[in-house]
Design a protein around this ligand. Structure first.
Ligand code: GRF
Length: 203
């Protein structure tokens, strides 16, 4: 097999997608050179998960940097020092600077809990639910300079059933995310994903 990729997962909060990916690395489904976690929140639950899973966890404190640019420069410095090939956003609540996106062009993945381009940004599940949509869903996409706008790699529909509560919908979406994200990441790690403009093909 070709050289395995080193990945950094960036997360700000709960970290359940981070844990789902690490579990698939540990059981041998995903082949990576190494995997590290980078967080921007000191008390992120993702950090506790990393410690439990024995994954290197690096907290970079945004309050120590003048602005988004200098903060992102620091992250890139760490990514380069760690020889990271690809970046996996998993509930990372900051928008990446254009030079960060350029530096890792087509090597940054994100998961978003809606069927993009509907409901980009915050509270996507609640917004779809409150709108009265009959389906919600999940998108895994490449990250470009826009917010939740990069080329779509995969989408999964989650029906909003009659009498379903928002909590139940959230639970179903998260459960599906934990399956979909590692599943798509595997294709990426195996270099089976090709981008042609806005179109993404999995070979
Ligand atoms: C997920 O719903 C993901 O789609 C969105 O942020 C949430 C992160 O959840 N980008 P977790 O921190 O992985 O539990």
């Amino acid at each position: 097999m070709k050289n395995k990729k080193n990945i950094a997962i960036l997360a700000s909060g709960n970290g359940s997608n981070f844990e789902a990916i690490v579990n698939k690395i540990k059981d041998g489904t995903l082949a990576v050179g190494k995997c590290i976690l980078i967080t921007d929140k000191k008390n992120a639950l993702a950090r506790k998960r990393a410690q439990k899973l024995q994954i290197k966890d690096i907290f970079i404190d945004p309050s120590q940097y003048k602005n988004r640019q200098t903060y992102d420069q620091k992250i890139i410095e760490v990514l380069e020092k760690e020889k990271i090939d690809a970046v996996v956003l998993a509930g990372y609540k900051r928008i990446l600077s254009p030079f960060f996106v350029k530096r890792f062009e087509n090597k940054i993945l994100n998961i978003h809990p809606s069927l993009l381009p509907r409901f980009p940004g915050k509270n996507a599940i609640a917004r779809a639910f409150n709108y009265g949509c009959k389906v919600a869903g999940i998108t895994v996409h490449f990250v470009d300079e826009g917010v939740d706008q990069g080329p779509v790699i995969a989408q999964e529909v989650v029906p909003i059933k009659k009498n379903m509560s928002l909590k139940e919908l959230e639970a179903e979406i998260h459960e599906k995310e934990h399956w979909l994200y590692p599943h798509i990441l595997k294709f990426f790690l195996e270099d089976r994903i090709k981008i042609e403009g806005k179109h993404v093909k999995i070979a």
